[in-house]
Ligand binder design. Structure first.
Ligand code: ZN
Length: 243
C-alpha cells in the first residue's frame, strides 16, 4: 500500500491542481490531507472542493479552524490575519461547517498523523529542530508520525539503540526496523524551504520507503490572483521565493 500525504495548500489552486496531476500518475492507494486547506491564497472554496474530492481523510490545520470561526487568529501575524478575514468573507457556509468538523489527528497503517504535534494538537506547536523532535517522539507510540505546519520538508529520525535524534532533508528514505520517524512532507501551496515548487510525500508501507516529490506549477497565476483579491502583495511575493 502506498499513501500520499499532502498539506498546507492554503487556497493555492494552481499548486493543488499540479499536485493532483502528479498524484494521478503516482496513483497512490490513499491520499491523506494534513491540514490548512485555506488562508493566504485566493481560491479557498475551490481548494476545499478539490481536496474533498481526492482525499480519503483530512484533518484540520490552524488556518482551517480560524477561517471556520472556531479558533481565534489573534496569534497570527497581520498578513495572515487579514488573509483569514478575507477567506472567511469568501467561504460558503457549508465549507465553514466542513472545516469546523475536521478532526485534529488520524491513524493509518503504522503511522499517526497530525498538523502540529500529537499530544496537544490544538496548541499548533511547530517541530523545527531536533530538540523539538526529541520531545515529540515521547508523545506517540507508532513508528511514524506525519506532520505539517512548518511548510518545511524534513525528516527526524530516532535511532533504535541510543534514542538519539537526527534530521535529514528527505528526498528518499529507507525506513529501518526499530527506528522511528517524524516526517514533514512540506507544503503544496506555500513552500518555505527556498524551493518554490509544490511539495508532497508518498509513504510506501509495503516497501518501507518514503519519497518526497516536488512539482512545478504556474505560480504567476497564483500570485496574480492574490493581488487581484486585494490580499497582501507579500503573500504573492513569497510564493516566488519559497519563503
Ligand atoms: Zn500552514
Amino acid at each position: 500500500m502506498r499513501i500520499a500525504f499532502i498539506a498546507d495548500v492554503h487556497g493555492n489552486l494552481e499548486a493543488l491542481s499540479a499536485v493532483r496531476k502528479s498524484l494521478s500518475s503516482q496513483n497512490p492507494d490513499r491520499i491523506i490531507f494534513l491540514g490548512d486547506m485555506v488562508g493566504y491564497g485566493a481560491s479557498p472554496n475551490e481548494c476545499i472542493e478539490l481536496i474533498r474530492s481526492i482525499a480519503h481523510d483530512a484533518i484540520a490545520g490552524n488556518h482551517d479552524r480560524a477561517a471556520a470561526g472556531v479558533y481565534s487568529p489573534e496569534g497570527f501575524n497581520p498578513n495572515a490575519r487579514a488573509a483569514i478575514e478575507w477567506t472567511r468573507s469568501q467561504l460558503t457556509q457549508p465549507h465553514k461547517e466542513y472545516l469546523a468538523s475536521l478532526p485534529l489527528k488520524g491513524r493509518i497503517a503504522d503511522a499517526l498523523y497530525v498538523h502540529g504535534t500529537p499530544l496537544y494538537p490544538e496548541l499548533w506547536e511547530y517541530i523545527f529542530t531536533v530538540f523539538d523532535a526529541y520531545e515529540v517522539f515521547n508523545e506517540f507510540s507508532e513508528q511514524l508520525c506525519f506532520v505539517a505546519h512548518s511548510h518545511y520538508p524534513i525528516a527526524f529520525i530516532r535511532e533504535r539503540e541510543t534514542g538519539s535524534v537526527e534530521s535529514q532533508s528527505p528526498l528518499a528514505i529507507d525506513l529501518k526496523h526499530g527506528y522511528r520517524y517524524i516526517i514533514n512532507s512540506g507544503s503544496v501551496g506555500q513552500p518555505r524551504d527556498g524551493d518554490p515548487r509544490a511539495s508532497y510525500g508518498i509513504y510506501d508501507v509495503t516497501q518501507k520507503q518514503y519519497q518526497l516529490i516536488r512539482v512545478q506549477y504556474p505560480l504567476t497565476f497564483a500570485q496574480q490572483k492574490i493581488i487581484e483579491a486585494g490580499l497582501s502583495p507579500m503573500l504573492a511575493h513569497r510564493l516566488g521565493v519559497g519563503r
